[in-house]
Design a protein around this ligand. Structure first.
Ligand code: UDX
Length: 477
């Protein structure tokens, strides 16, 4: 009987996942541990460290009952029957595989700590996305560092939640994937984890595989979704050159039951902590296995994403008479998608840096992202991946030319142009007549998410550029 679960890592995956387990398994004690004191105290406060619709209610319901947040990592690992590892696996920034391979430093230290403190058999669950065959490495670390009395079973149980809808995704998942060892003990461990999910997930949605299939499925899943966005974004470029309309093309494709209807929205590019990182990881694995053609195939998905961002920047600059130098440009939206405060790999970073490199003055407004976060993101010099066409912009730190506003009308006042970079619902409700009157003329709108009513904006007097839409009026200006 599983009595106690410990989740290591209190981030975007760990926090919500463990909270939903606690909610659905009242007889199990769930502890979420992290070495970061500030993060844990935020989880124990009224202002949670992440925003997710529905999360706060669950935390209020379970915290202090069967859900606890703590920095006493070792105590809770020692007591747990099952340990979920939800730590970060960023892309390596130095050494072999830099810019592509996953950095397993946090994972490795978690495994060594588990081996140090464990005195009873444990099931160790990989939740964070990891390179294929990580379970093997983790098992070696655990086995070689334990006293021989403790048995470990490693399971791969990748998380498929999306930010912004994580609670809904966790409460009603389309599938739960559990990969385990073929041995009898491996199968027993799978059944134990399956029984936990079966408290709220229908059994036919719980898929069991071997460990390697589960690990690879997660990478493949993200790679396929990202590839779909790059495919529609590549089509959007062609639409702009031919007069076709990407929304109409997407609509036609979405009615094809063989294709399905989701992930067909053209955009300024995909962002988020997973897509690029996981594809680069996949590329690295392919290269390590001598599969150069396969690696190159997946690299193109990221190349098209970079192309989409740089195409957008170019469009803004060329349409504003080939220079944005000294011009105020309002940026609406900074998070990588709506309903989240997360800015990891948000296309807004590259687009802003591209505009700053051309000496634009940016006034940024996002309903959820703090000024501190925006400044941190824009001053960071990320290592570009090997073929990045955004490399030059990514090195640019122009935070002095940046102002951050809490009011959309202040942000757009006296601006020459507006760039919509996140599809926040509230951007549809803005009084664009008022905005237009306060802007320099001609007033431009660049809709990087195709969320605005183009006809209405054009009626007001804006010059509007949308992704993958006919540019008739545009050309006549
Ligand atoms: C993704 C996967 O969906 C999820 O299964 C996995 O567990 C983690 O990675 P997430 O990063 O939260 O989830 O965001 P998602 O909703 O998939 O969007 C990723 C990016 O693609 C966002 O920047 C989004 O704006 C963009 N996107 C999405 C598009 O540009 N067009 C679309 O049609 C869909």
């Amino acid at each position: 009987m599983v009595k106690k679960i410990c989740g290591i890592g209190a981030g975007y995956v760990g926090g919500p996942t463990m909270a939903v387990i606690a909610l659905n398994c009242p007889s199990i004690e769930v502890a979420v541990v992290d070495i970061s004191h500030s993060r844990i105290s935020a989880w124990n406060s009224d202002k949670l460290p992440i925003y997710e619709p529905g999360l706060e209610q669950i935390i209020q319901q379970c915290r202090g009952k069967n859900l606890h947040f703590s920095t006493d990592v070792e105590k809770h690992v020692y007591e747990a029957d099952i340990i979920f590892v939800n730590v970060n696996t960023p892309t390596k920034t130095g050494g072999r595989g830099a810019g592509k391979a996953a950095d397993l430093t946090y994972w490795e230290s978690a495994a060594r700590m588990i081996a140090d403190v464990s005195r009873s058999n444990k099931i160790v669950v990989e939740k964070s996305t990891v390179p294929v065959r990580t379970a093997e490495v983790i098992e070696k670390i655990l086995v070689h560092n334990s006293n021989g009395k403790v048995e470990y079973q490693i399971l791969s149980n990748p998380e498929f939640l999306s930010e912004g809808t994580s609670i809904q995704d966790l409460l009603n998942p389309d599938r739960v994937l559990i990969g385990g060892n073929d041995s009898l003990k491996g199968q027993e461990a799978i059944q134990k984890l399956k029984a936990i999910y079966a408290n709220w997930v229908p059994e036919d949605r719980i898929i069991t595989t071997n460990v390697w299939s589960a690990e690879l499925s997660k990478l493949a899943d993200n790679a396929f979704l990202a590839q779909r966005i790059s495919s529609i974004n590549a089509m959007s470029a062609l639409c702009e050159s031919t007069g076709a309309d990407i929304s109409q093309v997407s609509c036609v494709l979405s009615k094809n039951t063989k294709l399905g209807s989701r992930y067909l929205n053209a955009s300024v590019g995909f962002g988020g902590s997973c897509f690029q990182k996981d594809i680069l990881n996949l590329v690295y694995i392919c290269e390590c296995n001598g599969l150069v053609e396969v690696a190159n195939y997946w690299k193109e998905v990221i190349k098209v994403n970079d192309y989409q961002k740089s195409r957008f920047v170019k469009k803004v600059i060329t349409s504003m008479f080939n220079t944005v130098s000294g011009k105020k440009i309002a940026v609406l939206g900074f998070s990588f998608k709506k309903d989240t405060s997360d800015t990891r790999k948000t296309p807004a970073i590259d687009v802003c840096k591209g505009l700053l490199a051309d000496n634009a003055c940016l006034s940024i407004y996002d309903p959820r992202v703090s000024e501190e976060q925006i400044r941190r993101d824009l001053s960071m010099n990320e290592i570009p991946w090997e073929n990045s066409i955004m490399a030059e912009a990514m090195r640019f730190d122009g935070t002095k030319q940046v102002s951050v506003y809490e009011d959309v009308y202040e942000a757009t006042k006296d601006a020459h142009g507006i760039c919509v970079l996140t599809e926040w619902d509230e951007f549809k409700e803005i009084d664009y007549q008022r905005v237009f009157e306060s802007m320099e003329k001609p007033a431009f709108v660049f809709d990087g998410r195709n969320v605005l009513d183009v006809d209405k904006l054009r009626e007001i007097g804006f010059i509007v550029y949308s992704i993958g839409k006919p540019l008739k009026q545009w050309q006549s200006c």
